[in-house]
Design a protein around this ligand. Structure first.
Ligand code: MUC
Ligand code: MG
Length: 372
């Protein structure tokens, strides 16, 4: 008899960050992971993870809504179903439940992890096969303090941990933000690529002023300067400046990617499993981008090790990430809930080996950090 899904458990896990992480809409001191443990009738367990940033500050799903909606609505759609039918189960979730992309991503990850373990194959093999086993990873400087950010960048360069840096801006007046970014770029010079993420904080005319100054300061990439739904504005900015625009909140899935490309966008797309409802949806967006000649970037919603590993398995199947990746989530956390951390080094991270995600939980750590 083929295996069926027997139970799905969700846990909220609160982990402190190594320092305050300041974005345009919130400052994080802690990250909450929603951990999914899916158990099949053949005894195999699949792990999944969903995260967002700052409760409801980033988007319409919160850690609590992810857990609640899996428990009340999504898990019952999967219990008793054939465990290996990942594509059919994922379609079943979309047919009966709208939205909730992060919750669906956590479940799809758990389904793929279990299926990989069942077949003895890494998750990347289920997604078409890995083309890379080491992926580039940048670091986000977001302490809110210019001198501290410069110190942090030099430390990371010396450790050969990261050589690309993303700066979170948009919380302060444009002129102050530009001064902060220009000072960091000036200190790092040609040793590092410096990019910014505005997280939707500017209106278009502010963006024109800010981007002109950032371009003059030598910044390499401008991420989501204006609100997600303003596609026409993002196309205008992409066509106006030489420095490329990176669409993040504006492109969740393949449909968004098609619409933005069809409207004349010529920048790059940030892929995130959380935005696209899982690794398969993120890869579908990648296919649209490739067809449109748009460069790719492996994005994070500051996942812990499980969500980061799921993303790495997906990104590893792509021919190229023109803008690298930001799969540094676990490094922002003071502790972890897995037995073996991901191997970071040489300005990147190794694709985990072993069946499924290639990640095992540390039960003591999990018990310590789980929310009661
Ligand atoms: C985002 O919008 O890109 C990625 C890195 C980081 O620090 O925050 C995230 C979210
Ligand atoms: Mg972003």
């Amino acid at each position: 008899m083929s295996s069926v899904i027997e139970s799905i458990e969700t846990l909220l896990v609160d982990l402190p960050t190594i320092r305050p992480h300041k974005l345009s809409m919130t400052t994080m001191a802690c990250q909450t992971l929603v951990i999914v443990r899916l158990r099949d009738s053949d005894g195999i367990e699949g792990l999944g993870e969903g995260t967002t940033i700052g409760g409801l500050a980033y988007g319409p799903e919160s850690p609590e809504s992810i857990k609640r909606n899996i428990d009340a609505y999504l898990a019952p759609l999967l219990i008793g179903q054939p465990a290996g039918a990942v594509a059919a189960l994922r379609a079943r979730l979309d047919r009966h439940a709208r939205g909730n992309a992060i919750a669906k991503s956590a479940l799809e990850t758990a389904l793929l992890d279990a299926q990989g373990k069942r077949l003895g194959l890494p998750m990347a093999e289920l997604l078409g096969g890995a083309r890379h086993d080491h992926l580039p990873v940048l670091w986000t400087l977001a302490s809110g303090d210019t001198a501290r950010d410069i110190d942090e960048a030099f430390q990371r360069l010396e450790q050969r941990r990261h050589c690309d840096f993303k700066l979170k801006i948009g919380a302060n007046a444009v002129d102050d933000d530009v001064r902060h970014v220009a000072a960091i770029k000036e200190a790092l010079g040609e040793r590092a690529s410096v990019r910014v993420d505005v997280n939707q904080a500017w209106d278009e005319s502010t963006a024109v002023r800010g981007i002109a100054a950032l371009q003059a300061a030598g910044i390499d990439l401008i991420e989501q300067p204006i609100p997600a739904r303003e596609h026409a504005g993002l196309v205008r900015l992409a066509n106006r400046f030489e420095v490329p625009m990176l669409a993040d909140e504006a492109v969740a899935d393949a449909r968004d990617g098609f619409a933005l490309a069809a409207a004349g966008f010529n920048g790059a797309y940030a892929l995130k499993i959380a935005k696209a409802g899982g690794p398969r949806g993120a890869l579908a967006l990648a296919q649209v981008a490739q067809a449109a000649g748009i460069g790719l970037y492996g994005g994070t919603l500051l996942e812990g090790t499980i969500g980061t590993a799921a993303s790495l398995h997906a990104w590893a199947t792509l021919p190229e990430l023109a803008w690298g990746s930001e799969m540094f989530g676990p490094l922002l956390l003071r502790d972890d809930i897995v037995a073996e951390p991901l191997a970071y080094g040489e300005f990147g991270v190794e694709l985990p080996k072993g069946p499924g995600l290639g990640i095992a939980l540390d039960e003591d750590k999990l018990a310590h950090y789980v929310r009661r």
